[in-house]
Ligand binder design. Structure first.
Ligand code: GDP
Length: 195
């Protein structure tokens, strides 16, 4: 289902993992690869237009596909509306177990990526950085990009990273395993209460 406002989201308490990333980073392709379907999430050539949260049923929970950011041609109003929708979703959605930040492996950790990671830390939400389009780099360069990203995230145990390719399936099993573990984990609030 697609939601333009938080009040439209289901309130059945199912665990959710959100996917967010810069437009064109490969989020729709990653979702399609994950679900083994070609056209589930729209692979867009004119990114940045939809301001909807799309929900997909997954084993043990749900995936929330958040609208992409950073598309140069959107208006200030659209940027503000993105911030309001995504900001309040990340801030208030109690069922959230983790945030997947999708980044093109050739341009990881943009200022908005870093802002999101910081936001998640503030909320106590674990983050997994998916370095997509790894097939566009050679093995050594991809490995170096992963090491550099992990180094930049170092010091925060709630932040992880992996390489991924929707084209050749690199990292797909690792990504699935990560999502499964999150879906089965207690919510951050419950974790806090237990400690
Ligand atoms: P989104 O805007 O983040 O949803 O990005 P899309 O999934 O629409 O992908 C943007 C473009 O990158 C499309 O032309 C995709 O075919 C391409 N793309 C996405 N993932 C990969 C990948 O893993 N490898 C390669 N080579 N291209 C990819």
């Amino acid at each position: 289902m697609s939601c333009a406002k938080l009040v439209q989201l289901p309130d059945d308490g199912l665990p959710e993992v959100a996917l967010v990333g810069r437009s064109n980073a490969g989020k729709s392709s990653a979702l399609n690869a994950l679900c083994g379907q070609k056209h589930l999430a729209r692979v867009s050539k004119t990114p940045g237009r939809t301001q909807l949260i799309n929900l997909f049923t997954a084993p043990d929970g749900r995936l929330a596909d958040l609208p992409g950011y950073g598309y140069a041609k959107v208006s200030k109003d659209q940027r503000e509306s993105w911030g309001r929708l995504v900001g309040s979703f990340l801030e208030h959605r109690e069922t959230l177990r983790g945030l997947v930040v999708i980044m093109d492996i050739r341009h990881p950790l943009t200022p908005t990526d870093l802002q999101l990671l910081d936001w998640a830390k503030h909320r106590g939400l674990p983050c997994h950085c998916l370095l997509t389009k790894a097939d566009k780099l050679g093995y050594g360069a991809a490995k170096q990009a992963l090491l550099d990203t992990r180094k930049a995230l170092a010091g925060d145990p709630g932040k992880t990273a992996q390489v991924f390719s929707s084209v050749n399936g690199l990292g797909l099993d690792e990504f699935r395993g990560h999502l499964r573990a999150w879906m089965r984990s207690p919510s951050p609030d419950l974790r806090d209460a237990a400690s």
